[in-house]
Each structure stands twice: as structure tokens, then as C-alpha cells.
Write a protein that binds this ligand. Structure first.
Ligand code: APR
Length: 308
């Protein structure tokens, strides 16, 4: 197996680190546009091999995609952060150019690759990758819901004093502060609804904390987070490469599911060797359905900024 991670920044390198430690592939390539940067990160990670006890071959490349040939799964984290004075539309324009170009380069050398998108705005970049490459829909997966659901479990576990691993909790909808929907009503702790354990007020606080999970970290760190985003990306890659058939919320192209079409947005999907293999349609109540429709509208407005 071969994995390529594009973008040797904070998220890309953390993702690569997790992929290597889990020995998900024999070969791992990191690509960045900054001269020498990916090679440096690859060498640094390689020097952890004997310390951490893994055997993945890690190499770096400055923009030469020929070395990515034969990639099974590619993770796109490349992009630029929003700078002061930059409008969201300008950011979308720049990152769209990067994601489109990267996806094309990957497929030029690895036409069978499955693409995992992390670059923001994630739902829109996933939609763009699908539309610009024309890949089958199951081969393009946006990572956002995996991260948001992990953050949801963190806040639930803190509020309940239980293990995160014993929780089943999904975040669906767009990967944005106001568009994500932590499904508190459906979340369980070892088959016990969390709503039996937490009060309505506590549940609302958990949901609110989850929704600003990324912004809270940006405020604390002065930049956006990388450990959980990188680990979430690696978890998606793992489910694909190991053909786990694991259910993880991801941004995928909908054709009628959840009442939506022609959009990539977060829903629980089964992940396996074919990419995303099935959408799980949860039995949402009217309030949750309305939130999902509103979230889809916001994502669609963002997609309209793309010049496809
Ligand atoms: N090709 C390859 N790499 C590129 C390109 C390109 N065309 N353009 C930019 N990059 C690289 C940058 O050189 C940088 O090393 O992408 C990397 C981005 O890394 P960071 O700036 O550290 O950003 P990071 O925190 O890793 O976030 C990456 O993930 O979670 C999202 O919102 C986040 O969109 C952002 C992405």
C-alpha cells in the first residue's frame, strides 16, 4: 500500500506521523510546494522509526508528483490560512486553485487513488475535488465529520466522566462552527442515551462547545489545531486501507440521501477499500431535519463561490 499526504504543514505532518506509526502502508510520500520542506519533514519522521518501532518508508517531494505514482490513498491538506483583510471568497478562490491542481496531479500518476480532503472550507473543497476530477463519488471523502465527532465525544466524556471509547456520538452537516450538528438526542454511552445522564442544559453546552471546538483551539494556540485533525485524517485512511467497514461521519456527495442532492456534506458513511461504500440514514426528527437542511443551504452558498 502507498499513501501520499499533500501539505507538509501542521495537519499534513501529524496525519503522516499517525499513518506511519500505525503502519498503514509500506510507502508514505509527503509533498509540499515549499522548497525542501516535505523532504525535511519526511527525514525527521524517518528518524523516529527505530524509536517508535514502525517500518514505513517515508519520503518527501517538492512538487514532483511522479514519485507519488501508485498511490492508493491521497490526503490533501495543502492550502493557505485566511490572512487579515482577506475575504472568505478570496480564501476559497486560492484554496480551490490549490486543491484542484493537487487532485489533478495525484490522479495523473495514480488514476485509481482514493482522495481524502482536509483543506478548508472542507465541504466545498470536497465538492470541488469531485466536480473537477470527475472521479466516482465513492472515491472522494471529506474528513470533517470524523474530527467534529471526535471533539463531540471529548466534550461528552468531560461532562459525563466516562471513557470516550465507550461513546457513540455523531456530528453531521457542514464542517463549520454554525453548520455542524452534534446529534445529542441519538448519542449513547454503552447503549444508554446520553440524554438519560446529562440534563438538557448540559447537553446544549456540550453541543455548543463542540461547534466552536476548532475556534476555541485557534484562540488558545494562535493558529488552527493539528493533532486531532491529523489523527482524524489518519483514522479515515486506516478505515479505507484496512477495509474496516467502519462507520465514520464524512463529507460525501449526496444524491437524495437526507433530502439533499448535488452537495458534499457530513453524514455517517461506511468506509472500506472502495472509499465510502454506503450512507447510513439516521432517523432524524423534524428539528434535526430542519437543521440539516439549513446547514446544506449554507454549504451550497459557499459552493456557489466556486467557479466550476
Ligand atoms: N501544493 C503543495 N503544498 C502546498 C500548496 C500546493 N499547491 N500550497 C500550499 N501548500 C502547503 C504549504 O506550503 C504548507 O506547508 O500546504 C501546507 C499547509 O500547512 P499549514 O499552513 O501548516 O496549515 P495546516 O495547519 O496544516 O492546515 C492545513 O487543513 O485543517 C485544515 O484549515 C486547515 O485548510 C487548512 C489545512
Amino acid at each position: 500500500m502507498k499513501v501520499t499526504v499533500v501539505g507538509a504543514g501542521a495537519v499534513g505532518t501529524t496525519c503522516a506521523d499517525n499513518i506511519a506509526r500505525k503502519e498503514l502502508c509500506e510507502e508514505l510520500v509527503i509533498v509540499d510546494i515549499k522548497d525542501g520542506y516535505a523532504q525535511g519533514k519526511a527525514l525527521d519522521l524517518t528518524q523516529t522509526t527505530s524509536l517508535l518501532g514502525f517500518d514505513t518508508k517515508i519520503t518527501g517531494s517538492t512538487g514532483d508528483y511522479s514519485v507519488t505514482a501508485g498511490t492508493d490513498v491521497a490526503v490533501i491538506t495543502s492550502g493557505v490560512p485566511r490572512k487579515p483583510g482577506m475575504t472568505r471568497e478570496e480564501l476559497i478562490g486560492i484554496n480551490a486553485g490549490i486543491v484542484k491542481d493537487v487532485a489533478e496531479q495525484i490522479l495523473k500518476y495514480s488514476p485509481n487513488a482514493i482522495i481524502v480532503v482536509i483543506s478548508n472550507p472542507m465541504d466545498t473543497m470536497t465538492y470541488l475535488a469531485l466536480k473537477s476530477t470527475g472521479l466516482p463519488k465513492n472515491k472522494i471523502i471529506g474528513m470533517g465529520g470524523a474530527l467534529d465527532s471526535s471533539r463531540f465525544k471529548t466534550y461528552l466524556s468531560l461532562a459525563m466522566g466516562v471513557s470516550q471509547g465507550d461513546l457513540q456520538a455523531n456530528v453531521i452537516g457542514g464542517h463549520g462552527d454554525t453548520t455542524m450538528i452534534p446529534l445529542t438526542r441519538l448519542a449513547t454511552w454503552q447503549n444508554v442515551p446520553v440524554s438519560d445522564v446529562l440534563s438538557q442544559e448540559e447537553l446544549e453546552k456540550v453541543a455548543a462547545d463542540t461547534m466552536v471546538g476548532g475556534a476555541t483551539l485557534t484562540k488558545l494556540l494562535g493558529t488552527s489545531a493539528w493533532y486531532a485533525p491529523g489523527a482524524a485524517g489518519a483514522a479515515v485512511v486506516e478505515a479505507i486501507i484496512r477495509d474496516e467497514k467502519k462507520v465514520i461521519p464524512c463529507s460525501v456527495y449526496l444524491e437524495g440521501e437526507y433530502g439533499q442532492s448535488d452537495i458534499c456534506i457530513g453524514v455517517p458513511v461506511v468506509l472500506g477499500k472502495n472509499g465510502w461504500e454506503k450512507v447510513i440514514e439516521l432517523d432524524l426528527n423534524d428539528e434535526e431535519k430542519a437543521k440539516f437542511a439549513k446547514s446544506a443551504e449554507a454549504v451550497r452558498n459557499m459552493n456557489n463561490e466556486l467557479s466550476l
